[in-house]
Design a binder for this molecule. Structure first.
Ligand SMILES: NC(=O)c1ccc[n+]([C@@H]2O[C@H](COP(=O)([O-])OP(=O)(O)OC[C@H]3O[C@@H](n4cnc5c(N)ncnc54)[C@H](O)[C@@H]3O)[C@@H](O)[C@H]2O)c1
Ligand SMILES: [Zn+2]
Length: 549
């Protein structure tokens, strides 16, 4: 898959941050022209930059910068290195924004000083100062210009010990990834892309390489995925340079430390090192376990998620929660470990058992209920209502939209509260889960999680009506969407009121003795409600229990 770069690239950064060198290397690699705006100005005026500053002042110099920028922006895509202060001028910034991508290069103040002194070049802004004063001035100027450098589309550190050609390759790779227009999970330095296409299994290596994941690779999956998606795994294996593959048997009952131990042993025997990249191919069980193994193998290695169930595409592969179950409860052992990339091939869903597919739709409906009024989730509820049939028929265009919007919502919620610490943060993802977990428990964990959550959302909506947070009409619309997505209306297992009540108090995320419910406050927004009256909670349960409603 080739994503040719078609727009100009502008390098910005402080003096001596490596802009010219890296800029010209980038241009050479792409076969484009390279311009250094400072040099162009010198050529145009026949004067050196310090002379222009001294004789005409900074304002005149900034004007000259815009002139030369206009000239070079007029032609074919090119690479330009901008002066340290060029973007302070809004006119220059506007030109750059219109014509290409802005790459910011950073370097530590000490590194800058060292480079300036080494070159003995006459930087006008530092002229006549001793080292200490220079360093203070560099710091002050960096601080002053930070807001402008922060406007960059991409930022890279030009460190002393990384060769310029390596930084150049990284920059080109990253620009190619941007050109593929993935969805980004914004987590600062650990920011990572989610690629969503019909079938990406032949392109895993090129994506991995662009995200700085190098071979050797190992693939981790499970037997049902192998049986259903053997051809896809085969293509992935070839794409990933013949990566060896480990298979678990598959299923929630295997999600434990013993299974992790098996994988770790296999990886050690394969000679995996800290440089190995683990590629997890499967549903949430494989993703959670493989991600956890990656977080502890040799104190942590890189991993890539290739989710193959709808639930894992829209939920578990995003956010970095990894782990296993403990005999005393689900997902009690684990770590936060973010993948380097998520690669979604929608075609894999064609072999997914129907129930598992519906379970994923349940979690998708959840996003509309918890985030439907935000910028990202706006319109999702109505869209789901009109596209339920297309989704059930696995229409690829509808699926792509659903996965993208769902991931965007989850990414936004997670990006604002990675470790589930904030009030009203990541915890809102547990909408329908307090009731849902109770159903899973009552059914002896034989019910797909997403289906239990769908029942849980019906209960939560009803509890909200009883507590005056939702109108009866809203509850009807809420449940009609779940109906349209063919999600269950009743709990088919054996219902036991006291056990159900007890189970709602066993949430590992709540303080002891507290019952925490995420309830809709109208449609599209949720609120945390602590310890609602038992009678109301039980009444909510009854709405989905057969013969009791
Ligand atoms: N990390 C998180 O943030 C997070 C969020 C939600 C859920 N989870 C976890 O995810 C797990 C549930 O994930 P799941 O619903 O994907 O279940 P799963 O991984 O068990 O997959 C369901 C079944 O489908 C099979 N399968 C997977 N892809 C297939 C395909 N394309 N064709 C045919 N069969 C296929 C699997 O082998 C498995 O048997 C739970 O353990 C849950 O705790 C984690
Ligand atoms: Zn869930």
């Amino acid at each position: 898959m080739k994503y040719p770069l078609t727009r100009s690239i502008f390098f910005t950064g402080f003096m001596a941050s490596g802009k010219s060198r890296i800029g010209s290397l980038t241009a050479t690699s792409l076969g484009w022209k390279f311009y250094d705006t400072d040099r162009l100005i010198e050529e145009k005026t026949g004067q050196s930059i310090p002379d222009i500053f001294a004789q005409q002042g900074e304002a005149a110099f900034r004007k000259l910068e815009v002139e030369v920028l206009r000239e070079i922006c007029g032609g074919a895509p090119m690479v330009a290195s901008l002066g340290g202060g060029t973007l302070l001028n809004p006119e220059a910034l506007e030109l750059v924004r219109q014509h290409g991508a802005l790459v910011g290069l950073r370097a530590k103040p000490e590194v800058i000083l060292e480079r300036v002194n080494r070159k003995k070049d006459s930087r006008p802004l530092l002229a006549g100062l001793d080292d200490e004063a220079k360093l203070a001035k560099i710091r002050a100027m960096l601080e002053e210009r930070k807001p402008v450098y922060d406007l960059s589309d991409l930022q890279f550190e030009s460190e002393e010990n990384i060769p310029h050609h390596v930084i150049t390759r990284r920059i080109i790779h990253r620009l190619q990834v941007e050109a593929m227009d993935p969805l980004w999970v914004e987590l600062g330095e650990r920011r990572y892309p989610i690629f969503i296409e019909e079938d990406l299994s032949d392109h895993a290596d090129s994506i991995a390489e662009k995200m700085d994941c190098s071979p050797p690779y190992v693939i981790v999956s499970d037997q049902p995925v192998k049986s259903a998606q053997g051809a896809m795994l085969e293509r992935l294996h070839h794409s990933l340079k013949g990566a060896p593959t480990f298979y678990w048997k598959g299923g929630e009952t295997e999600k434990n430390l013993a299974s992790i131990q098996k994988l770790l042993t296999w990886m050690l025997r394969q000679g995996c090192s800290r440089k190995t990249t683990l590629v997890a191919v499967g549903g949430g069980v494989v993703g959670d376990m493989a991600g956890f193994a990656a977080s502890i193998f040799l104190r942590g290695i890189q991993f890539i998620q290739v989710p193959t169930t709808l639930l894992s595409m829209i939920d578990s592969s995003v956010g970095g929660k990894t782990g296993v179950n403990h005999p005393l409860g689900k997902n009690l052992i684990g770590a936060f470990h973010q993948p380097r990339a998520v690669i979604v091939s929608l075609a894999t869903l064609s072999t997914l058992p129907r129930e598992e597919f519906l379970a994923g739709l349940g979690e998708a409906a959840k996003y509309a209920f918890i985030h439907g009024r935000s910028e990202t989730g706006k319109g999702l509820l109505a869209w789901l209502e009109s596209n339920a049939k297309a989704l059930l028929a696995q229409d690829p265009i509808a699926l792509k939209h659903l996965v993208r919007v769902s991931c965007a919502i989850k990414a936004e919620v997670v990006g604002n509260d990675e470790r589930e610490m904030a009030e009203g943060g990541r915890a809102i993802l547990n909408y329908g889960h307090t009731f849902g977990h109770a159903f899973e428990y009552l059914a002896g964990y034989t019910m797909p999680h997403g289906l239990a959550v769908a029942l849980g959302m019906r209960c939560a909506a009803h509890l909200a009506v009883r507590l005056g947070m939702l109108t009866a009409e809203e509850e009807t619309r809420h449940n009609a969407l779940l109906d349209a997505l063919e999600l269950p209306r009743t709990f088919e297992g054996t219902y036991h009121e006291e056990k159900a009540w007890e189970a709602t108090g066993r949430d590992k995320k709540a303080d002891t003795g507290k019952r925490v419910f995420i309830l809709p406050q109208g449609l599209g927004e949720v609120k945390t409600v602590v310890n609602p009256p038992k009678a109301e909670v039980l009444a909510a349960f009854r709405t989905v229990v057969r013969g009791m409603a």
